[in-house]
Design a protein around this ligand. Structure first.
Ligand code: NAD
Ligand code: DAU
Length: 339
């Protein structure tokens, strides 16, 4: 079997590449990635010499290139991780989110239709469901929860999901979609909450918590997400959406305090800053469908996963320094400078 993994040089995609190479030593994997600010070949260093792995630099919205890749490589399965993924960036510059997340997905779907595949899997997000109130812990996102987006990022991901489902209905394309909650783990770019707080705490810089830090996210260790996607691709029902989450809700302030405690740093580093516009209050996944239907269960508890993640950042300080010493400084100044 030959699988194209788009966006495989980013956070979840690179974890997926490693997961798959280890699990399926007889299969072929091709990563197609544009290498934006969020993607790096450094993330794939340990895969590049594997004879079952190939890297192709390319933009999923580049129709000619995608058709050429499909024609030459004849993939069986496409897993689309490629996306602009950061909500705050989508507030400042929505355009690239429409281009990559919607147009790019459309190009891949057309390539699948023309050249034929056995499965197209879209890696989507729980953000397509909007948010839940903080005072209703009894409510969860199910696959039937209406799409109700808040940010240009989530609107672009929801648009892509609708395209994927339309290609299934109209062209009978064999698709599946997964909608996962917040991931954490190795290789996450330090613009996202957990790695940003680790990076700042290590330098004794202020930790910018939006609003009062009361917003709730449902955290899942990245390897559990990878396992769920693989299960859906191999055993899931074509045309279906599967929610992925492990019932691990925490307020942002709780998460930040855990990181400070683990690193032995003072809570005085916490700085409450102006809230994100349109900030979603709470995400919480009901994973009943994937649990009952496919037997998926997360295996990494948050207490253990956050320790492993912090250790990874400590052990890979060069990786982190490489990122935060470049253009990242400009990004940080733009986002947090006068906040
Ligand atoms: P990321 O930003 O770390 O990585 C995205 C990757 O896509 C990068 O390697 C980047 O170079 C590549 N890319 C961007 N534009 C591209 C283009 N036009 N053509 C080819 N490659 C391109 O993102 P992530 O956090 O790893 O998320 C991966 C996917 O999972 C996204 O689709 C995201 O919406 C989804 N998701 C993320 C989370 C999370 O918590 N991070 C949770 C649920 C779903
Ligand atoms: O739920 C899945 C989504 O999770 C994915 O689809 C997105 O790609 C991914 O980026 C993530 O979105 P969030 O907006 O939830 O993640 P982020 O890490 O940006 O923020 C998590 C929470 O922390 C959110 O409530 C905002 C808050 N936050 C974030 C940053 C970067 C802060 O308080 N301070 C910060 O500096």
């Amino acid at each position: 079997m030959k699988t194209i993994i788009t966006g495989g040089a980013g956070f979840i995609g690179s974890n997926y590449v490693y997961y798959m190479l280890e699990r399926y030593p007889d299969e072929q994997f091709i990563c197609v990635d544009k290498l934006t600010y969020a993607g790096s070949l450094e993330n794939l260093e340990a895969a590049l010499n594997n004879e079952n792995f190939k890297f192709i630099k390319g933009d999923i919205a580049d129709r000619d290139l995608m058709y050429r890749i499909f024609k030459e490589e004849k993939p069986d399965v496409i897993i689309n991780f490629a996306a602009e993924s950061h909500v705050d960036r989508s507030v400042v510059d929505p355009d690239i989110f429409l281009q990559t997340n919607i147009i790019g997905t459309g190009v891949l779907l057309d390539a699948c239709r023309i050249y034929g595949i056995t499965r197209f899997h879209q890696v989507s997000t729980d953000e397509v469901y909007g948010d839940l109130p903080l005072d209703r812990p009894d409510l969860f996102f199910t696959e039937e929860t209406p799409i109700h987006t808040s940010s240009p990022y989530s609107a672009s991901k929801a648009s892509a999901d609708l395209l994927v489902l339309a290609y299934h209905r109209t062209f009978k394309l064999p698709v599946t979609i997964s909608r996962c909650s917040n991931n954490y783990g190795p290789y996450q770019f330090p613009e996202k909450l957990i790695p940003l707080m680790i990076a700042n705490a290590l330098k004794d810089k202020q930790l910018p918590v939006y609003g009062k830090g009361e917003n709730v996210r449902d955290w899942l260790y990245v390897k559990d997400h990878c396992e769920a996607i693989d299960l859906i691709v191999r055993k899931g029902t074509v045309g279906e959406v599967y929610n992925i989450g492990g019932h691990n809700e925490r307020t942002n302030l709780e998460v930040v305090k855990i990181i400070l405690k683990e690193l032995g740093k003072s809570e005085d580093l916490i700085s409450f800053v102006t809230d994100r516009p349109g900030h979603d209050r709470r995400y919480a996944i009901d994973p009943t469908k994937i649990s009952n239907g496919l037997g998926w269960r997360p295996t990494t508890l948050f207490d253990e996963g956050i320790k492993m993640t912090i250790k990874w950042y400590l052990d890979n300080e060069a990786w982190l320094q490489n990122i935060i010493s470049g253009d990242y400084q400009k990004y940080y100044e733009r986002m947090y400078g006068s906040r």
